[in-house]
Design a protein. Sequence first.
Length: 334
Amino acid sequence: MNNANHPSSTKSTPAKSRDSERRLGHRVLPDPLTYNHAYPSMKRYAELLALRYDCNRTRHAYYRQLDLLQRHFQCDPQSRNQDHIREYLLFLKFEKHWKSNTIRQAVACFKTFFHQLLQQEPWEVFSQIRTKDHETLPVVLTHDQIVRLIRGIRLRRYRIPIKLIYCCGLRLSECLSLTIHDIKGEEGKLLIRQGKGLKDRVVPIASEMLEDLREYYKFHRNPLLIFPNAGRGVQEGPALQARMHAATTPMPQCSLQRLLVLARNELNIPDATVHTLRHSYATHLIESGASLHTVQRLLGHKKIDTTMVYLHLTHQSRENTRELIEALCHGLPR
């Protein structure tokens, strides 16, 4: 945190392992290679996924689609043909009512399994599928609603991460996995490690938000984590301080999500979620004049199309990002 109140930092990159996922607060998923495979073909598929994808969550998602297929037909998926897959996809669409992106994931899984692993000729059914997402605009809170929401969260260990998510446009997992090595106070920057797609990025952080983080850190002084798990027991005073100092895992994501639901109900702010804060951050920046490409970079979007959803608001040309970040954070409850 570039501050005398915490240990000096050295740059480190978290390993892509179960221990790393646990430390970052993610739900730990087993590697498909370790599964008790129902059929040899599924074992070979797990091996192919291990060669193709570094991210274990991606491998798990693809393997799960194949497992659902074999559970549906109660047989080796290798024995299924194009007609079976067509029948199954119709079942997913009209009986299970799967969303378009989930159906696309299943199709990608089957293409990999039947075409690349089993070396089948390309199947016509895959070219016939047309899935269209039903576009809905994200929920966005006004700045006044953000102020009310943050002020309504009385416990500091919940209020500070909520405020940080809004002030830096973070995903929930990105916020809670922050370590002392990720706060570059003298530079006014925040390093986001292993975000979506396992990509790192750097975002500006307002001086007021930095001061809040420093004051919060003085309470627990955990040797690594910014938002350590408070654990169970007395929720105040030296006992809480000691547990947080000794914690090796961050605050569970569900704790913050549950707290926000309670706060929004109490304040009558419907539909607000933790991710709504990220949407609000992006929208408020564009309203203030940040360019679309600047917001894309700050959010860590791979494609500009993802960021363009925020263009339903007026777009101006002013691009002083640090000034915008300072203005965004100014005046929020401390």
